[in-house]
Design a protein around this ligand. Structure first.
Ligand code: HEM
Length: 422
């Protein structure tokens, strides 16, 4: 059995969920922040609370859980992973609190603790990947994503230092910040989603990877696009459109491979966890369209483009990345709980199937409310309609509450085996 002790990924995921819920609750009482220009201490702080607290925590937990399973090897060191968790729960709240008061020196200090954690993750993963001979699209995707995360962290520390010592700035700070954001969201999060999809979607649909060559090509193009976009965005060069095009071709190949896997699958109807994940992948299309518009020379810089940047960030972070994670957590959580509670008694007593442990009604309501809410929130941001933000985020929060309700429904099985219908 290659997976680490179940409490290792779970502690990252539970901390991550706590960050998402607290950020979501704060926005419920301050919805105007969702339509205001995205560059203010509060929004930068909230962005890092969601990005580092929720997404990086869940991503780290998933990497520790999935890499050994996907590559059939053991994680190099569970002890280093536990130290990483400590760096996460100290570094991230510290960074966010210091962003809030815009004390960039202290952001740098707490960011270094967070950075140490990312370094431990990268080292642990590098040593784990070294144990397997054959490179697969999954190991390539995970390896690329953690490399981009490490670079994003280092650029973040540079940005914080440049606020304290402006003379070290080489390029316009806003371009550096946009490059930093793309490095993290496209480079780390979206590349990771693409990479692990090549294992998780076949695994959960009883399908197979149809073309390994196409899978590798999609990741090579995505990595090329990330490298090119970071340079051209920093330099403010119009060549960024070319690399945006390369990213689109890479994502197009990914879409084609996903479609082929789903067409060839052996398991019939898709459950709500997979539907949520696939819905998140579909939101890549409007996100990419807005990204192209923002990168094009035809959209003049001004109030509308500033509002569109906000919609772009909301769709990328909450539409694609967060929904993909919530979708996959609906698959992974029953798996983790089943292994802990039922694996020891399987074959000796009646045990539930994985799908019996979830609440389909909550899952369906969650997905519909979440998508409607996110699209309404992004529209409110793009059109600068503050009065729409509260109802739009309210609907999104109902979606998140349904997902959490379903997670709690699954976690009922954590402490003890529940009686099964004979
Ligand atoms: C040690 C780690 C990090 C530090 C010190 C850091 C620092 C910063 C700073 C100083 C800014 C504002 C830049 C400016 O004012 O010009 C910023 C913005 C941003 N960072 Fe980070 N960052 C870190 C990690 C990350 C990571 C890992 C991600 C994503 C994966 C990320 C995503 C973002 C985003 C999306 C923005 C733009 C926020 C906005 O537009 O409101 N950061 N970061």
């Amino acid at each position: 059995m290659h997976a680490p002790d179940v409490t290792l990924p779970l502690r990252f995921m539970l901390f991550g969920m706590a960050c998402l819920l607290s950020a979501g609750a704060y926005l419920l009482f301050h919805p105007a922040l969702l339509v205001q220009y995205h560059y203010s201490p509060q929004i930068v702080a909230l962005t890092h609370w969601v990005v580092l607290g929720f997404i990086v925590s869940v991503v780290s937990g998933a990497v520790y859980q999935l890499t050994p399973v996907a590559l059939e090897t053991r994680i190099h060191s569970e002890r280093l992973a536990r130290i990483h968790f400590l760096c996460q729960v100290v570094g991230v709240p510290g960074m966010v609190a210091m962003f809030w008061v815009w004390n960039l020196k202290q952001v740098g200090h707490f960011g270094s603790i967070f950075g140490l954690g990312v370094g431990l993750l990268a080292y642990n993963l590098y040593r784990t990947l070294k144990q397997v001979e054959r490179r697969t699209p999954v190991s390539f995707g995970i390896g690329s994503a953690v490399t981009w995360l490490t670079l994003t962290m280092l650029v973040g520390l540079f940005l914080a230092s440049a606020k304290c010592w402006p003379q070290i700035n080489l390029w316009p700070p806003m371009s550096e910040m946009h490059a930093h954001a793309h490095l993290g969201i496209l480079g780390c999060f979206i590349t990771l989603i693409v990479g692990v999809s090549y294992r998780l979607v076949p695994m959960f649909t009883l399908g197979t990877l149809c073309s390994e060559r196409r899978a590798f090509a999609s990741l090579i193009l995505l990595n090329t696009a990330v490298a090119g976009l970071v340079v051209t965005i920093t330099l403010g060069s119009s060549w960024k459109l070319l690399f945006a095009g390369v990213a689109l071709v890479g994502l197009g190949l990914f879409g084609a491979e996903m479609r082929a896997i789903l067409k060839a699958r052996r398991r019939g109807p898709l459950d709500w966890g997979l539907r949520s994940f696939l819905a998140a992948l579909c939101l890549l299309a409007p996100t990419a369209a807005i990204g192209l518009a923002l990168g094009s020379p035809w959209l003049p810089a001004g109030e509308f483009s500033a509002q569109l940047e906000g919609a772009y960030g909301i769709l990328a972070l909450f539409g694609v990345v967060t929904l993909a994670i919530l979708g996959m957590m609906q698959k992974i959580l029953p798996f983790l709980v089943w292994f802990r509670t039922y694996a020891p008694v399987a074959g000796k007593a009646p045990v539930p199937g994985l799908s019996d442990m979830s609440c389909q009604g909550l899952q369906a309501a969650g997905l519909l409310a979440y998508i409607a809410g996110i699209l309404a929130t992004a529209t409110a941001a793009a059109l600068g309609r503050e009065e729409w933000a509260a109802p739009a985020w309210g609907i999104t929060s109902i979606g998140v509450a349904c997902f959490v309700g379903n997670a709690l429904w699954v976690l009922r099985h954590w402490t003890r085996a529940l009686p099964q219908a004979r």
